[in-house]
Design a binder for this molecule. Structure first.
Ligand SMILES: CC(C)(COP(=O)(O)OP(=O)(O)OC[C@H]1O[C@@H](n2cnc3c(N)ncnc32)[C@H](O)[C@@H]1OP(=O)(O)O)[C@@H](O)C(=O)NCCC(=O)NCCS
Length: 245
């Protein structure tokens, strides 16, 4: 059972939280009781949206849908450099010196966002720490990200996108870990320019494609992805199940 523990989530919220994506295991009779006996209080699971029958069976057992994500992919080798021709916009690679700026952008960008916030039983203060911590980790922990694209303008950090190389069936690809543009800089297609930087990086590393998991209801990011030639490829759903229900 300890194999299923999400250490990062358990530490943050102060009780045992498991991450189990094997839906048939979760639906096995007696399995949730077993988790409860092992003091696991919450299970987080993610599955393809095509598995609606399983999603409904999980719902019958008390699981609740906490987000719906679209997986966008692009095999393009380049993207827009600076669509709005903003003077002095620079796109480059971030360093650990960007940690405070990233924390600030993430704190301002992800209030109420994602499956943790969607679960009313999870402590709000702890939920608020997730994205700034994660943004900082993508700059300092190679397990979190391999590279981070940053946009700078007027001497300020305008936005960023963290990237991690993954391998699937022998194909290497870039997964976007998290991205945001500070509120004051939005609506000027700076995120498109950042995505352009990511596609260039994908090409430099000879990766097969870049993919981005975005909440299906996040229209600004979906529009930016579509404008850069990304296309929706899959969709998935995240559920939370409390073992005391
Ligand atoms: C998503 C985000 C990065 C976009 O940054 P940005 O630099 O403003 O993006 P762009 O200007 O390149 O493109 C945004 C697109 O969404 C549109 N848009 C912005 N707000 C919108 C809204 N409320 N409703 C509909 N469309 C909207 C813009 O008009 C633009 O579309 P267009 O190219 O057709 O004109 C930024 O909004 C953000 O940081 N949001 C919070 C964090 C987040 O959602 N991150 C992504 C998920 S990890």
């Amino acid at each position: 059972m300890t194999d299923f523990l999400s250490h990062i989530d358990s530490q943050r919220f102060g009780f045992n939280i498991a991450r189990i994506d094997d839906v048939s295991l979760l639906l096995t009779k007696g399995f949730i009781s077993l988790l409860r006996e092992k003091d696991i209080r919450l299970v987080i699971t993610r599955t393809g949206i095509e598995n609606l029958a399983s999603v409904n069976l999980l719902a019958d057992r008390g699981f609740r849908i906490m987000d719906i994500q679209s997986v966008w992919r692009s095999t393009h080798r380049h993207g827009p450099d600076n669509p709005d021709k903003i003077k002095d916009l620079s796109i480059g690679f971030a360093t650990a010196a960007d940690v405070p700026a990233f924390r600030e952008i993430a704190a301002g960008s992800f209030e109420g966002y994602g499956h943790y916030f969607a679960d009313p039983r999870l402590d709000r203060t702890r939920c608020r720490e997730i994205y700034p911590d994660w943004a900082a980790r993508t700059l300092t922990d190679p397990n979190a990200a391999d590279e981070v694209i940053v946009a700078r303008l007027d001497g300020k950090t305008a936005g960023f996108l963290s990237l991690k190389i993954h391998e699937k069936h022998g194909n290497r690809f870039a997964a976007c870990v998290m991205g945001a543009v500070a509120e004051a800089f939005r609506g000027r297609h700076i995120f498109q320019a950042i995505l352009g930087g990511a596609l260039k990086w994908q090409q430099q590393h000879r990766l097969g494609w870049t993919q981005y998991n975005a909440l299906t209801g996040n229209i600004p990011v979906s529009r930016a992805l579509a404008s850069c030639g990304f296309r929706p490829a899959e969709a998935c759903v995240t559920l939370h199940g409390w073992t005391d229900l």
